[in-house]
Design a protein around this ligand. Structure first.
Ligand code: COA
Length: 370
């Protein structure tokens, strides 16, 4: 209670690629992609970076440019924390959060990146809310933590940079984008009423993307060995084995792309989505009838339809924004929330659930009062 969303914005790269365009790359069709996923087009970064998109989304969320939702303009020095969710950072060091901080001049913000795959924005919002609640509790008796009154929570992805454009099972699904929200601690407001984050083991490696750090290593198990620099990192083979890509990599498939077993992820997604919604409702002591609107992760329109059916809710209680974006991982939920505000579908006092799922397997939800 007390952590209110006061601004929200999104940004997309310029290039729009239609289903028909992808037939130049793989054996697919507009009809297959539309009926199986609900996706018609997706946006793809060519010269935009992850941080470019995040910056544009953040400027809108902060009210510096006309945004999808703003209660007021937030000044740079008012932001105490940046939580930047991404599975596709431009760089490892500095963090994307640090680059964003510098670009926006958020001089008082502690800033870090985090990765919880497609559920990243839910995890990020949960961390921000927890730090704000702890900070508020500290202010009234137990100081000793960073004071966090306002946070910028970002979900930004260049997912198309880890997409294998020769694999029709995955390449038709993904797109790039960024969304951001500004949250403010205000004890007079209800704000976030409950949060829930969860992990299940992805036992069959249904969704993976191994990294490919490739600096040569002058070591073997005995110590320094200059010749070892010419050999492949022996640890990589063990990682490949652990995440189930050995065979594919040996066949020449690029390591750092998404590998997915669609049906297994689909099954997990529907169950996880329903479970996370039930949990946040329970934790807030509410029922689904108290909730005006649900903003789900946008991986496949059919996943949302199944979830709606299981919850016995009409589809119009969900924001569905997948048709012209596809799945942009942790950027989906904040962008879709921005759409809902932009379209006037969230009114003050409405109770709204944000809910996501993704690789890992992560899942989670946030229930808030607008
Ligand atoms: N175009 C045409 N045919 C395609 C295709 C494409 N882009 N992709 C797969 N197919 C084919 C398959 O090869 C298969 O052919 P076969 O029957 O001859 O073997 C057939 O279509 C059915 O494939 P299947 O995987 O059973 O389709 P599906 O109905 O499960 O849809 C997904 C596939 C990927 C759209 C769906 O499983 C999905 O959305 N899963 C969840 C993905 C997800 O959420 N990922 C991110 C999580 S954050």
């Amino acid at each position: 209670m007390g952590c209110a969303i006061i601004g929200c914005g999104k940004a997309l790269p310029a290039l729009e690629v239609a289903n028909d365009d992808l037939t130049a790359l793989v054996d697919t069709s507009d009809e297959w992609i539309t009926t199986r996923t609900g996706i018609k087009t997706r946006r793809i970064c060519v010269d935009e970076t992850n941080v470019d998109l995040a910056e544009a989304a953040a400027r809108r969320a902060l009210g510096w440019e006309s945004g999808d939702y703003n209660e007021r303009r937030v000044e740079p020095e008012e932001i105490d924390l940046i939580v930047y969710s991404t599975a596709t950072p431009d760089v490892m060091v500095p963090t994307c959060a640090a680059l964003l901080r510098r670009r926006l001049g958020l001089v008082n913000a502690a800033a870090f990146d985090m990765n919880a795959a497609c559920t990243g924005f839910i995890y990020g919002l949960t961390v921000a809310e927890s730090m704000m609640a702890a900070s508020a509790a500290g202010a009234s008796g137990a100081p000793g933590r960073n004071p966090v009154r306002r946070a910028l929570v970002v979900g930004a992805e260049r997912l198309t940079r880890i997409t294998n454009w020769l694999d029709r099972n995955t390449c038709v699904l993904f797109g790039d984008g960024a969304g951001a929200a500004v949250v403010e601690w205000d004890p007079a407001r209800a704000g976030i009423l409950s949060t829930y984050i969860r992990n299940d083991d992805d036992d069959t490696n249904a969704l993976t993307c191994p990294t490919a750090f490739d600096a040569p290593q002058p070591f073997d198990t005995q110590g320094v060995k200059v010749d070892a620099m010419k050999k492949a990192d022996p640890g990589l083979a063990r990682i490949d084995e652990e995440v189930g890509v050995t065979e594919a990599v040996q066949e020449g498939r690029p390591r750092q792309t998404l590998y997915m077993h669609g049906q297994k992820v689909f099954k997990f997604a529907v169950e996880a989505l329903n479970h996370a919604v039930e949990e946040v409702l329970d934790r807030a002591g509410l029922t689904i009838d108290d909730v005006s609107f649900i903003v789900p992760h946008q991986a496949n329109e059919r996943i949302i339809k199944y979830a709606a059916k299981k919850m016995k809710l009409p589809l119009d209680r969900f924001q569905v924004s997948i048709a012209h974006r596809g799945n942009s991982s942790s950027a989906c939920i904040p962008m879709t929330l921005s759409d809902a505000y932009d379209e006037g579908r969230i009114k003050p006092g409405d109770k709204v659930i944000l809910v996501g799922f993704g690789g890992g397997f992560t899942s989670g939800a946030v229930l808030f009062e607008a």
